[in-house]
Design a protein around this ligand. Structure first.
Ligand code: TRP
Length: 341
């Protein structure tokens, strides 16, 4: 089985954007792959270092969301893992950082964009989080001496592509310097790269107040859907409407399983034969059907021993990490096997 590693920063409960952009693919990969789903609590510190407790609460929310959407750690090939629980990762990060030109970090487009939004509060830890993410991925690398054609599959959103490119550059440089230790990683980008917010803004995000959480209760869901932005140029429901760049239709496109019905609805909207309210009611039905079972499974997960699930998955990851670090230390002559005396 090919290995899958992917991660998410725990900063709060997950929303519909996470579902279409990530979780949905993860659930499917469980049938075919050896999966490591990482809760990247150390990476969350790059932006949330000053609010202890927040990440712990978010880890709980994220685990409930994972279990609610159908991630199934009872399967032997599925592991939910906690980044800070793998003590080899900071060690690997430091070693990888020695072959990583600082210019790569400074020029990584995602780092640059995030750096701007931090408004000068850029810590050293933030500046090298891409190296840390390379370590997150590469620790599951099979031994290329045994399995050279293998790759690590990394299902992520489009914004993570620069990180995967840098991971491969770092691994390449490490292998060139010390000998083959790591295989390459390969992105798997979902069809819905990024979901707009309910207000049509570029991105769904808790801080922008335009997110629909996976655990959203039915009344809140209704309120949020009924307040969604539509076509701003349409004044009356008899005016011809635009379906493109229209958040309600973007969501229907992403979530409505009845594609034929959706095409008909779009046609009627363009001809001014259907009002916004009716379209929103359709979306509400679709989202209710999606979120009701998720909400139910979330309530069931609330009674599970989350600590134990995390402990078991992380222990499996630690075993892999220990093997990888033996290869790393040996290639770097850091195991001092030949010191003599
Ligand atoms: N940077 C990712 C995000 O913000 C989270 C992440 C951490 C990750 N480690 C990873 C993603 C390893 C893929 C692989 O969403």
């Amino acid at each position: 089985m090919q290995r899958v590693l992917t991660g998410i920063r725990p900063t709060g409960p997950l929303h519909l954007g996470h579902y279409v952009g990530a979780l949905k693919q993860w659930v499917d990969l469980q049938d075919t792959h050896e999966c490591y789903f990482m809760i990247a609590d150390v990476q969350a510190l790059t932006t949330h270092a000053k609010t202890p407790g927040l990440i712990e609460r978010a880890v709980r929310e994220v685990m409930l969301d994972f279990l609610a959407v159908g991630i199934d750690p009872a399967r032997p090939n599925v592991n939910i893992i906690l980044q800070s629980g793998i003590r080899e990762l900071p060690e690997l990060t430091v070693y990888l950082s020695m072959v990583t030109p600082f210019a790569w970090m400074k020029h990584n487009p995602t780092v640059r964009a995030e750096q701007k939004s931090l408004r000068g509060e850029v810590s050293t830890g933030f500046m090298y989080y891409v190296v840390s993410q390379a370590a997150d991925i590469l620790f599951v690398s099979p031994d290329p001496a045994v399995d050279s054609h293998n790759t690590i599959l990394v299902p992520v959103g489009e914004d993570q592509a620069p990180h995967l490119r840098d991971t491969n550059r770092i691994a390449g440089k490490f292998n060139k310097t010390y000998g083959p230790v790591f295989v390459t990683c390969e992105p798997l980008i979902g069809d819905v790269g990024r979901l707009v917010g309910t207000d049509g803004q570029e991105k769904m995000s808790k801080s922008l107040g335009n997110a629909i959480d996976l655990g959203e209760n039915p009344e809140e869901l209704r309120r949020k859907v009924m307040r969604m932005f539509t076509d701003p140029t349409r004044l009356r429901s008899t005016d011809p409407g635009h379906t493109e760049n229209n958040p309600v239709f973007i969501y229907l496109e992403a979530f409505d399983p009845d594609t034929e019905g959706l095409e008909t609805l779009k046609g009627r909207y363009r001809e001014g034969k259907v009002g916004d309210v009716e379209v929103k009611h359709r979306l509400l039905t679709v989202l209710d059907e999606l979120l009701t079972p998720i909400r139910e499974r979330r309530a069931a997960a609330d009674k599970m021993d989350l600590h134990d699930i995390l402990r078991v998955g992380t222990a499996n990851a630690c075993r892999l990490a220990a093997e990888t670090m033996e290869r790393v230390r040996s290639r770097m002559h850091l195991d001092y096997d030949h010191l003599g005396g």
